[in-house]
Design a protein around this ligand. Structure first.
Ligand code: AMP
Length: 191
């Protein structure tokens, strides 16, 4: 099972991907986590990415694709994976299709979490206080939401056109949202 989880920053993608990975027995691949690990390790790629991430901009497609390709070659992805934070624009969606064709794989479902902007600003303010992420300050959050609208929102349409998309109400308890995601995956599997 290979899934793409879409949704704006603060929509709960990361939290839900962590829960789903346990239920489905697949790997959770977050390009944001891969990038933060590269920054923390001080790798050359991490050094290039840091300023871009702190500004709330997207890291270059080539760098992220390189990280993703390395990750998809690790053995724990054999049972499948949930992509969280990738693809982030149409060029990445197309690059992913090329990479998957090379690996002889395909995406089974794309799930888009829908959450209003008011909820997002509230959740990200909470996360900033809890996790002290350097890109969760209010002005950077607003910029990341704008980047999402301009660059990432079209990716939802990309998967819709392919007939792979289900939109999920991302407001509710963690359990309710996980169940909606599982229902969507299982419902689609049956058809
Ligand atoms: P996230 O944890 O997914 O919110 O990502 C945090 C930051 O990492 C983003 O604001 C971007 O700067 C960078 N990032 C994560 N995934 C990607 C991606 N697929 N393409 C470009 N930049 C990314």
């Amino acid at each position: 099972m290979r899934l793409v989880l879409l949704g704006p920053p603060g929509s709960g993608k990361g939290t839900q991907a962590t829960r789903l990975k346990d239920r489905l027995g697949v790997a959770h691949i977050s390009t944001g986590d891969l990038l933060r690990a590269a920054v923390a390790a001080g790798t050359p790629l991490g050094k290039i990415a840091k300023a871009t991430m702190d500004a709330g901009e997207l890291v270059s497609d080539d760098l992220v694709l390189q990280l993703l390709e390395e990750r998809l070659n690790q053995p724990d992805v054999a049972n499948g994976y949930i992509l969280d934070g990738y693809p982030r624009n149409l060029a990445q969606a197309e690059a992913l299709d090329v990479l998957l064709a090379k690996l002889n794989q395909n995406i089974d479902h794309a799930l888009a979490l829908v959450v209003s902007e008011d909820h997002i600003v509230e959740r990200l303010a909470q996360r900033a206080a809890e996790q002290r992420r350097s890109d969760d300050s209010e002005d950077v959050v607003r910029h990341r939401l704008r980047v999402y609208q301009e660059q990432t929102a079209p990716v939802v349409g990309y998967y819709q056109e392919k007939g792979l998309l289900t939109t999920i109400d991302g407001v509710g308890s963690l359990d309710e949202i996980s169940q909606r995601l599982l229902d969507a995956i299982q419902g689609q599997t049956k058809t």
